[in-house]
Ligand binder design. Structure first.
Ligand code: CP
Ligand code: NVA
Length: 304
């Protein structure tokens, strides 16, 4: 299986069929790995990773994923590259394309990824920008499919900041025809053009009321109130206490609802320990699934 798109920058590049096939292939790779059958699908292929911002899960899961697929990953901090001394994105993209089979980059400004993919002849994957986090959403929908056995028709409630993860989550809901209700304070809504685009396939509701958003939800999701690129130190205060996912709020979702968080989390801020460490939380499966879903993505993008 090969994707039509060369790059994965937002998630909107995928068709509904491709999204569903990626998720099913991720689940297959996970099962095979657990059974001790690890196929070298990317033997001798290389991935170059560029990080402008810190990472635990993305870095480790991509590096180990490439290793398990029989390939190799190089990890570069942008500070160690000539980029930090003013070499252009264009020249960087053209140079890297002569060495490597794929580039994954975590950047501050999404525009940089667009430039990187424009000048690169090999696939470019967004490992988190200020606007989107598509790899997280692949792992999240894999997790939802494993836990709920289906995607279409479910309701997902997003509580808190309409941030980068939320923007890609909206595309995920639209690709799988899931309803999404998003509760944010005024001024912290997700990108307007993303909501408009997603509404062509799915019911995407925007509200300021977390209790309205969470009603009848099968999945409850939140994220940090202060992302790596956010600069306002008083930002978190604008969300508390109303947008914290605590047991009281969680009790208004469906009884069998699952709780998700991409991590890293701040317990006592966007979520209480009673929820994130409680029986409805699936955060460790979600984190593990970064590995399997990115292996599926790399295979679909790189393999001839
Ligand atoms: N969820 C996520 O992307 O984690 P890292 O920032 O640790 O990579
Ligand atoms: N919204 C968070 C996600 C981290 C994985 C951030 O951008 O920092």
């Amino acid at each position: 299986m090969k994707l039509k798109t060369k790059n994965l920058l937002t998630l909107a590049e995928l068709s509904k069929k491709e999204f569903s096939q990626l998720i099913d292939f991720s689940i297959k790779l996970k099962r095979e790995l657990k059974q001790g059958c690890n196929k070298p699908l990317l033997k001798n292929k290389t991935l170059t990773m560029i990080f402008q911002k810190p990472s635990t899960r993305t870095r480790v899961s991509f590096e180990i994923g490439m290793y398990q697929l029989g390939g190799y990953a190089i990890n570069l901090s942008s500070n160690d590259m000539q980029l930090s001394r003013g070499e252009s994105i264009e020249d960087t993209a053209k140079t890297l394309s002569r060495y490597t089979d794929c580039i994954m980059a975590r950047v501050y400004d999404h525009y940089l990824l667009e430039k990187l993919s424009e000048y690169s002849s090999v696939p470019v994957i967004n490992g988190l920008s200020d606007s989107f986090h598509p790899c997280q959403i692949l792992a999240d929908f894999m997790t939802i499919k494993e836990k709920k056995r289906k995607l279409k028709g479910l309701k997902l409630a997003w509580i808190g900041d309409g941030n980068n993860v939320c923007n890609s989550m909206i595309y995920g809901c639209s690709l799988s025809e899931m309803k999404m209700s998003i509760a944010t304070p005024k001024g912290f809504e997700p990108k307007r053009n993303v909501v408009i685009e997603a509404r062509k396939s799915s019911d995407i509701e925007l509200t300021t009321d977390p209790f309205k958003a969470i009603k009848n939800a099968d999945i409850v999701v939140t994220d940090t109130f202060t992302s790596i690129h956010d600069r306002d130190p008083k930002r978190t205060k604008k969300f508390l206490p109303k947008y914290q996912v605590n047991s009281d709020l969680m009790n208004h979702a469906k009884k069998d609802a699952i709780f998700m968080h991409c991590l890293p989390a701040k317990r006592g801020s966007e979520v209480t320990s009673s929820v994130i460490d409680g029986p409805q939380s699936v955060i460790w499966t979600e984190a593990e699934n970064r590995l399997h879903s990115q292996k599926a993505l790399l295979t679909f993008l790189i393999r001839a």
